[in-house]
Design a protein around this ligand. Sequence first.
Ligand SMILES: [Ca+2]
Ligand SMILES: [Ca+2]
Ligand SMILES: [Ca+2]
Length: 234
Amino acid sequence: MSQFKNRSKSLWMAGAFFASSAALALAAVGTVVEFNGGSDQGFSSSQTVVTNVASGGVGGAGDGYLSIDSAGFTVNLGAATSDADLTGCLSDVGTIQFSLNDIGADEALEIHVGFGVNGGGNFWQANAGFAPPNGSWQQFEVDLTDESQWTQTIGSGSFADAKANANRFLIRHDNAPYMQIPDALDGDFGVDGITLVGIERVPAATGWSLAGLALLCLIAGAAILRQRPVSAEA
Ligand SMILES: [Ca+2]
Ligand SMILES: [Ca+2]
Ligand SMILES: [Ca+2]
């Protein structure tokens, strides 16, 4: 009897450890990336000048935003980050909201977001492309629950795998068709208020819901490790 109790206790502890460890991998749902305090939130690119601008964001004077600028060259106009606020297991993310501003000169922008596994070869770009107003902010959003609204630009893994193991978040200009290398453009745009919004059907942080989502992350994670590494173009 005592052996059964000890075994049951061990299994329970193992399960609790598994659930809590896996839950740490869940993305920071609800966090709003505001680009305040000088932070560029890890965004960078080899082709554009990516800077934090201290004022003129969605909140106006004193509110920071991220500027992505081709600096007069026709290049891949975008930037990417591996920051923990925007990556990790995105299985509990329903939509990604963000605000855009066609700062500086007015260009024919078509801004897309992307996410996935950099180094695992499974990257996706939203089919929806947005044309922000020149000199003012507008909020847009993309739906992570509908695979049909996304195009796989790198690799061959599943959409669910990419969501469960995202280590790269990308925002860039591109025109259809969508593939790894985007259409180049000379221009600049601002980004602010990037928010990962949770799936509505998931109750707020109950132990079982987190454990279930974390299990999805881990199952998909085991598969993604077998894929070959490639780089996402920004
Ligand atoms: Ca801001
Ligand atoms: Ca294209
Ligand atoms: Ca511009």
